[in-house]
Design a protein around this ligand. Sequence first.
Ligand code: NAD
Ligand code: DAU
Length: 326
Amino acid sequence: MESLLVTGGAGFIGSNFARMASERYRVIVVDKLTYAGNRANVPEGVEFVEGDICEQSLIDDLVNRTDATIHFAAESHNDNSLRDPSAFVQSNVVGTFTLLEAVRKFEKRLHHISTDEVFGDLELGGTDAFTETTPYNPSSPYSATKAGSDHLVRAWVRSFGINATISNCSNNYGPYQHVEKFIPRQITNILTGEPAKLYGTGAQVRDWIHVDDHNDAVLAILERGRTGETYNIGAGDARSAHITNKQVIEKICDIMGGDYVHVNDRPGHDQRYTMDATKIRRELGWAPTRDFETGLRETIAWYRDNREWWRGDKGVVEKQYAERGQ
Ligand code: NAD
Ligand code: DAU
């Protein structure tokens, strides 16, 4: 394998992946540059193609020009999917279908990036975790479209024998994450003199993982994963932050010297996500290496040092949240 096509490589996780992978491979990024995509995120030396993954002729050409495709492109924010799900169905379901047809035609390798949210949620206070065989039970339009895209990939493996793998990962944090998401929103609220905003009681639990740990796992699957297999990715041990939203916001406020307020809860809010990543640890020898406290401090420093990167988006995002009392 020498060349990779990275869909959604101008977004948060995809651009961090392109940066990491371009040290080993020739990388082409394709991205539609939605509100979440930023041309400036694409690392130097990486070829950039502005385009929609739903456009078959464009995707055929790019898939054919590269050895493998890593599929990150998606509408990714739950709150937006509650406001208007249509782009989620289009990009996440039709976009994945378009890519699958190209991969089938040119017999190329595909790795599909998915989320722990396809499994639904777990009860607060429990110690159980999602495994690769947990039944799908998505709650939001976002997670339902990601579940649909996972099913399409599995059907194309079984029916057409394509060479594909899937990974389902927990909540990522790190540099270049859009300010609509929980951690960057709180950091940039405090940097702009606003209080941090906690949905409801803040009792919900997420399984935070540094974006570079996620992308190390994706490279391991790409290079050593078994065709047709699914791998769960989560930090899931002492290095992770299996902590409530309230604890995360308090940590950010402590580090930065800010306050928070409670705002309207998210309708249908998933309570707890916890990933069991035993399979990828055992089979591929992957393990997360970044500690949450250190990673959070570095992320705060990144947003403090890169105000020009997020300033333009902040006002637009906050106006939308204000309309929902959030
Ligand atoms: P993001 O919103 O930051 O980036 C998504 C990128 O995809 C953007 O650059 C956007 O312009 C592009 N895009 C959207 N629709 C497109 C289309 N039709 N054609 C071409 N490009 C398009 O999202 P992210 O947080 O980086 O998530 C990337 C992937 O990882 C998604 O598939 C998401 O479901 C998955 N994921 C995210 C997390 C997380 O915590 N953020 C966790 C697990 C899985
Ligand atoms: O679990 C993986 C998923 O993680 C990915 O598939 C999604 O693409 C990604 O957006 C993320 O989904 P969440 O809905 O968990 O992330 P978000 O950053 O929107 O919110 C994290 C938690 O924080 C959630 O319980 C809602 C809460 N929250 C969020 C915001 C924006 C707040 O309390 N206040 C806020 O201002």
